[in-house]
Design a protein around this ligand. Structure first.
Ligand SMILES: C[S@@+](CC[C@H](N)C(=O)[O-])C[C@H]1O[C@@H](n2cnc3c(N)ncnc32)[C@H](O)[C@@H]1O
Length: 627
């Protein structure tokens, strides 16, 4: 075949065939250039290889602002603070003149390409203000046969989610800006007073005028959270916060002050807890601008990858780690990096009563069976105790065990993505190759080839190319987009690939939840290897987060694919739920995807601009349908 073509080209023996062949090549090239379809067959094709983005060099290119009267009218003014002693009023609710150089155009409102007959309604009922479809499915929860393993705190998604828009809490305001928000948030935005009373002694949260204030207290942080963080590092100097330990999981995090203060040490923490009697704890955390998610140690695996976290922390997190023969601990073992640590501060570590001692003995049995070693055990000046375990770095200890208990997982269990997967009763074998290597210290870790990628062919090249791609998109396009980046703190990347978008934002005061959709190549370990955080998710379902928790949601070539599995209107309803009013949706997609999305957003009274029919910025307004 090759020879035939060569001879045709060289000798031009057959001019008709040659011409036809050349024409075919031209048509195919044109076809490929005009479609930006994302294929999942190549595991690293997160975006089309041939994106052609025109970057203007002339400084006089005037941006077209979303300033039509029509849009101004739709934007209900946010409620602003009115007393003088309040912090600077958030000014970002006004349309900001866009100083950028790119020609972003007001998009689609006169040219609706999709036949939309939307008649938006407000969701009915007071509880809808904080509605989370997969966590508030009361019918499914009532029908549960057992709640012993926290089944009622797990996800139970309804078959169909009502297509209505959530009402805003009364008096809702643009949120307090970071970094002030770590210490104080508007009470009206999250009007839940129970923890103020319930955890009064422990200083979790205090109500002061119109604010909820977070003094950095916690169940185990008797001398404040900073003291506690330093105490852990003093106990085990190898921890080296922010150099050696970068990615932490805080199980049962309360209001997430531990993760919030670790940020000062360049540590990024995924804080999680269920929706339970600790009212609105995760909602507080996110309103504070601290990375957090709703999750629970129950019957299912956590939605994180194998070997991801450098350190897992639990301070009196009420998880029965030794339950069911130790399954919850096997789960920690799965998501902990080889050589990673589990820091546990709870009464069985330092109290001698019978109940605590029973738990301690059970912990000794399970952790020994898993080949964990105790690397430190100590007490601090306030009397609380801490034990730090370390996961082994190789499987050799597993082989030396007298009893194969817990057993090593079989192949089929190893390759499962942890999405609605039951907790397992086996141990994932440790990686043998370079993937077992501890990443280089932060911040070099972000840009070095991730250990889990290094065995792939041409890994360095692919990784470099991806990093350069994102650095260019973020600097040249996203920073020039009609987005007031100074108001952005909580960011979600809906289709994160290697985490390149998050990496390109690293010098900004934002944090990114990197989502790897369950139908995309599994790159979540790479993301964690780089020192970033993320989770698996299926975007045809609702996310386990409270309404209004993200300031900016980014999506790169996700919608085209998603369209095949679920209705994009429902995905937009979910985006509207989790994005705060005045927040941004930033999308790169096919022209068709962008047009459809823009049309839907227009019906929601968002301001929509687009760039080169490839990028879209939608800004959510305060508009809600009349009740
Ligand atoms: C006593 S509070 C401790 C909070 C925080 N660690 C501190 O030290 O201030 C217990 C925490 O554990 C969480 N929790 C209870 N059961 C849990 C479970 N099965 N999985 C994850 N978190 C759980 C609660 O929601 C709450 O956040």
């Amino acid at each position: 075949m090759t020879n035939l073509f060569e001879s045709l080209f060289k000798d031009r023996k057959s001019p008709v065939i040659f011409t036809l062949f050349t024409l075919l090549i031209c048509v195919m090239t044109l076809f490929v250039a005009n479609t930006s379809t994302f294929t999942t067959s190549d595991p690293i094709s997160f975006y089309p290889d041939d994106i052609k983005v025109q970057l203007p060099l002339e400084h006089d290119a005037l941006p077209v602002l979303p300033d039509s009267k029509d849009q101004q009218e739709h934007r209900a003014p946010p409620v602003l603070p009115d007393s003088k002693d309040q912090q600077e009023p958030p000014k970002d609710h006004q349309e900001l003149p866009h100083e950028g150089l790119l020609h972003w155009e007001k998009a689609f409102d006169n040219n609706v390409s999709v036949d939309l007959n939307m008649n938006w309604k407000l969701c009915k009922g007071a509880v809808m203000v904080d509605y989370m479809p997969c966590l508030d499915n009361l019918k499914a929860i009532k029908a549960l046969k057992s709640r012993r393993h926290m089944e009622h705190r797990e996800r139970h998604c309804p078959k169909s989610v009502p297509r209505c828009l959530l009402p805003l809490p009364k008096g809702y305001k643009v949120k307090v800006a970071w970094p002030k928000s770590r210490d104080m948030i508007w009470y009206d935005n999250v009007p839940h007073p129970k923890l103020v009373e319930y955890k009064k002694e422990q200083n979790w949260v205090v109500k002061t005028g119109e604010y909820l204030v977070f003094p950095g207290g916690g169940t185990q942080f008797k001398e404040g959270v900073n003291h506690y963080i330093n105490f852990i590092e003093k106990t085990l100097p190898a921890i080296q916060w922010g150099k050696n330990i970068r990615v932490v999981l805080d199980a049962g995090c309360g209001v997430a002050s531990f993760g919030g203060y670790l940020l000062d040490k360049n540590v990024i923490t995924m804080s999680f807890a269920p929706k339970d009697e600790h009212e609105a704890q995760i909602q507080f955390a996110l309103e504070r601008g601290i990375p957090a998610t709703l999750s629970v140690i129950g019957t299912q695996k956590l939605t994180f990858p194998d070997n991801g976290f450098d350190l897992i922390h639990c301070a009196r997190c009420r998880v029965h780690w030794d339950a069911d023969g130790g399954k919850p601990l096997y789960e920690l073992n799965r998501i902990l990096r080889p050589g990673g640590y589990f820091a546990w501060s709870a009464t069985p570590v330092y109290r001698n009563d019978e109940r605590d001692q029973k738990v301690w003995n059970a912990m000794v049995t399970v952790t020994t069976n898993m080949c964990w070693t105790v690397v430190a055990k100590t007490f601090d000046s306030s009397g609380i105790g801490l034990v730090i375990y370390q996961k082994p770095t190789s499987s050799s200890c597993y082989e030396k065990r007298k009893k194969n208990n817990p057993p090593i997982c079989k192949n089929n269990e190893r390759n499962q993505i942890s999405w609605y997967t039951r907790l397992s009763s086996c141990l994932i074998p440790l990686p043998m190759d370079d993937a077992a290597r501890w990443p280089v210290s932060w911040p070099n870790r972000l840009t070095s080839i991730p250990p889990s990628l290094s065995s792939e062919v041409d890994a360095g090249n692919k990784f470099d190319k991806d990093s350069k791609h994102w650095s260019r998109i973020v600097t040249d396009i996203y920073m020039e987009a009609p987005i007031n980046w100074s108001t952005v703190r909580n960011v979600m990347d809906m289709n994160a690939g290697y985490g390149g978008f998050a990496a390109a934002l690293i010098d900004r005061p934002v944090w990114v939840m990197n989502v790897v959709p369950i139908d995309m190549p599994d790159t979540l370990t790479v993301i964690f290897d780089r020192g970033l955080i993320g989770t698996y998710h299926d975007w045809c379902e609702s996310l386990s987060t409270y309404p209004r928790t993200y300031d900016l949601i980014h999506s790169s070539f996700l919608f085209k694919n998603l369209d095949k599995r679920c209705d994009i209107v429902d995905v937009v309803v979910e985006i509207d739920r989790i994005l705060r009013p005045d927040g941004y949706l930033l999308v790169q997609d096919s022209m068709e995807g962008i047009r459809k999305l823009g049309s839907i957003l227009n019906t929601l009274h968002w301001s929509v601009t687009s760039y080169q029919n490839q990028f879209l910025v939608g800004r959510k307004s305060f508009w809600r349908p009349k009740p």
